[in-house]
Design a protein around this ligand. Structure first.
Ligand code: PSV
Ligand code: MN
Ligand code: MN
Length: 430
């Protein structure tokens, strides 16, 4: 492991930036005080905020056309953890990692746990993968996995999920995220309700195998890889399944998994109301499941989602404990930089939502004052909370300017020999 980006390196980089940060922090603090907001409360809220990094996000994802590998990409779970450790050292709000199996399986999973421990990292939800055939697999998922018409294929997919729970137990995870791409490409190909029945039968076996303190996160997605129908296609089917399964099953919202213009913040509100919000896969999108950097296209939507989340916190909503995770793919950026930016962007939305004057908002809602209600949200969204985020990082031992500090460290260049370039996995045909 490289010794760059250790606490001393970060501390040195911070020294030059401190005077400017202090000035900006002082100015913002005074401004917020006039609104009866204590900036110190917001810094401690930001310091407590956590979002998990996906192991699959630290490599260059590419598209179905091509993948252009970057310098010193991680080649296995150990190197991926190293990169996640770098992100955490910089931003100090990503202490957990969300692994994906079988991509991250090794013979000795305790070695993975030990490596994470040594980096000060923990684990959030483990993800199963029955959307791809794996080497040596007996039954193909070409026509589905947990919903396949053949029992043997369903059993294989169930077993994989049980294996994921076993890996997660070694790692100290407390949740299993299940996303299946099962569906159909032609009208008539699949009997809708029979397919969902098969899903529920399979999911029940997995659910019943969960350790007592675990939660099953069900992830919906409207389309892709199935382009006519998908079995768990939206939050409606998702929550119905979660209700069927029981208390330990909840619905996970991936921001890119809805039709364009769907009111995602309202879906979040509904899931909170019925105690079924598992958590999030944060990313942004322009067209579909684009997996773009969080907040890079529609930061207002991300803020409005956090407005619902902070509102639930404010109201002390029952059984409200969502898991925040990123789920992105990086084609042209350094994944570490994109994940740093995204973690900060999500944390920014959280802090901005904390700034919403809820009492005033409720009063405007009761008075049907649409304009002032909207302006109340906008006032919070338009506040530049950057000094709060930087101060939270500084106080937690992170970098005032994470991207600049990371670039100064030359992390990739220093690992070039140790991590030779991997082969392009894309077809290269466009
Ligand atoms: C599917 O599009 C998804 O969002 C699921 O969360 C998968 O686990 C992940 O992407 C990685 O392929
Ligand atoms: Mn996802
Ligand atoms: Mn997705």
């Amino acid at each position: 492991m490289t010794n760059l980006l250790d606490i001393n390196f970060i501390d040195d980089a911070n020294q030059a930036l401190k005077p400017q940060l202090n000035r900006e922090y002082q100015y913002l603090g005074e401004k917020l005080a006039t609104q009866n907001v204590d900036i110190e409360d917001l810094v401690s809220a930001a310091q407590q905020f956590e979002i998990a990094v996906p192991t699959w996000g630290v490599g260059t994802g590419g598209t179905r056309f091509a993948r252009f590998p970057g310098v010193a990409e991680p080649r296995n779970i150990f190197e991926k953890l190293d990169d996640c450790g770098v992100i955490q050292r910089l931003v100090k709000c990503t202490p957990k990692v969300s692994p994906h199996f079988p991509w991250d399986v090794v013979d000795d999973m305790t070695a993975v746990k030990q490596q994470a421990d040594s980096l000060g990292l923990g684990f959030d939800a483990v993800n199963s993968n029955t959307f791809q055939d794996q080497q040596g697999q007996i039954h193909s998922y070409k026509y589905g996995s947990l919903t396949h018409t053949q029992q043997a294929t369903r059993e294989q997919a169930i077993q994989h999920n049980l294996d994921c729970i076993a890996y997660g137990r070694v790692l100290g995870s407390k949740a299993l995220t299940v996303w299946v791409g099962d569906g159909s490409n032609h009208p008539g190909q699949q009997h809708f309700s029979r397919a969902l029945e098969r899903y529920l039968d399979s999911a029940r076996v997995i659910y019943n195998s969960l350790p007592d303190d675990w939660t099953m996160f069900i992830e919906h997605k409207m389309f892709e890889p199935a382009f006519y129908s998908t079995v768990i296609q939206d939050w409606g089917t998702n929550i119905l399944c979660a209700l069927e399964l029981g208390e330990k099953a909840k619905s996970l919202v991936d921001l890119g998994h809805h039709a364009p213009n769907v009111n995602i913040e309202m879906i979040v509100s509904r899931l909170i109301q019925f105690k079924k919000l598992a958590g999030f896969h944060f990313n942004d999108s322009k067209y579909g499941d684009d997996d773009l950097d969080s907040g890079s296209i529609n930061p207002y939507q991300q803020f409005l989602i956090f407005n619902e989340l902070v509102d639930a916190e404010y109201r002390k909503a029952d059984s409200f404990n969502p898991a925040y995770m990123l789920d992105q793919s990086h084609n042209v950026t350094d994944p570490i930089e994109s994940l740093v930016n995204s973690a900060e962007s999500v944390q920014r939305s959280f802090v901005q939502a904390k700034l919403v004057n809820r009492k005033a908002l409720y009063a405007y809602q009761d008075d049907n004052d649409a304009l002032m209600a909207s302006n109340t949200l906008k006032a919070a969204f338009h506040t530049d909370v950057s000094p709060i985020l930087a101060m939270a990082r500084l106080r937690s031992g992170g970098a005032i300017n994470p991207i600049e500090t990371y670039r100064k460290a030359n992390y990739r260049q220093n690992l070039k020999e140790q991590r030779p370039a991997s082969q392009s996995s894309g077809s290269g045909i466009v």
